[in-house]
Design a protein around this ligand. Structure first.
Ligand SMILES: Nc1nc2c(ncn2[C@@H]2O[C@H](COP(=O)(O)OP(=O)(O)OP(=O)(O)O)[C@@H](O)[C@H]2O)c(=O)[nH]1
Ligand SMILES: [Mg+2]
Length: 291
């Protein structure tokens, strides 16, 4: 598994635990490789100092977390491959939570095939209850933590799984990782204020959890572009609603009864849960809001 990437050098962990540095073999072309990818290595796989193996293949991915710089950007970046879970990390204060960013991360999770978890940090600074409640209604796992105490709920949810942490700079992702993986020694920064562009962590790194599984720390994001996602993509994650769109007018954006979307009648007839339709539309509206 690729655990870190630095200027064309891939740090890989073999199944027996050895750590090997590799570079892409020419025959791979310039296929993008992400942290979390499963790679086939040949050549010097001894892991000795200065040894460099060649990466010849990556395995088909079970999930892909993608984002674009903004909603007009045609270039999709793969943040992490093969993760089971996306942990959206948001601080309750300092910096204040942005529900727009949280919702957009959730969309990326649903579309990329990752189970979403919301982790609210800095619960020592503000009460998490109202925000936790508003996301619990989306049917997702929510946990609150404060610096010294990650909480057993988060630990249990991460054990045995491959999870990626995503959120604004300064929300405490690396702080969480250091608590979860005592030898991780990730640099932790001061909160510099959103938009000032100071990020403490500069690249994604996967760390093995003592309980089994992996946690991936990523650099803070300022926004989460979703140029690659449309209403139909999001509907895939709401398979209970999807059959209801058969009666929609052509090109329906499913935004509400004003556009004669058939989902309202579908729910009114008892075929699906009205709360699920409300959730779908809430995430849908985050697609058209500014990133
Ligand atoms: N009060 C309080 N401060 C916290 C908590 N968690 C983290 N911090 C502080 O928040 C600051 C930023 O923490 P980091 O872990 O570096 O944040 P990050 O999300 O990794 O930031 P980037 O790497 O820039 O994306 C540090 O000063 C931490 O000590 C918490 O639960 N409560
Ligand atoms: Mg960090």
């Amino acid at each position: 598994m690729v655990t870190a990437i630095d200027r064309g050098r891939y740090t890989c962990r073999l199944d027996d635990g050895a750590v090997v540095t590799a570079m892409q073999a020419r025959e791979m072309g310039r296929r993008p490789v992400a942290v979390g990818d499963r790679a086939a290595l040949v050549g010097d796989t001894s892991g000795a100092t200065d040894a460099l193996a060649r990466m010849v293949r990556i395995a088909e991915r079970t999930s892909v977390l993608r984002r674009t710089a903004d909603d007009a950007d045609p270039v999709e970046r793969v943040i992490v491959a093969n993760a089971d879970q996306l942990v959206v990390v948001a601080a309750l204060a300092d910096p204040p939570p942005s529900t727009g960013l949280i919702d957009r991360c959730l969309v990326a999770a649903y579309v990329g095939g990752l189970a979403p978890v919301l982790c609210l940090t800095k619960a020592d600074l503000a009460d998490p209850q109202s925000l936790l409640a508003s996301y619990a209604s989306l049917g997702m796992v929510t946990v609150a933590s404060h610096g010294d105490d990650v909480g057993s709920a988060l630990r249990e949810h991460l054990a045995g799984r491959l999870s990626v942490l995503v959120g604004h700079s300064g929300v405490g992702k690396s702080t969480l990782v250091n608590r979860l993986v005592p030898e991780a020694d990730r640099a932790v920064g001061r909160v510099s204020g959103i938009g000032k562009g100071r990020h403490t962590s500069s690249s994604a790194v996967a760390l093995a959890l003592p309980e089994g599984g992996w946690v991936i720390d990523t650099p803070g994001v300022r926004s989460f572009g979703l140029a690659h996602v449309g209403p139909a993509d999001l509907l895939v994650a709401f398979s209970d609603l999807e059959p209801g769109t058969a009666e929609c007018p052509r090109g329906c954006d499913h935004s509400g009864p004003e556009v004669e979307c058939a989902l309202d009648d579908y729910v009114a007839a008892g075929h699906a849960d009205p709360e699920r339709l409300a959730s779908y539309r809430r995430l849908l509206s985050s697609l058209t809001a500014s990133p």
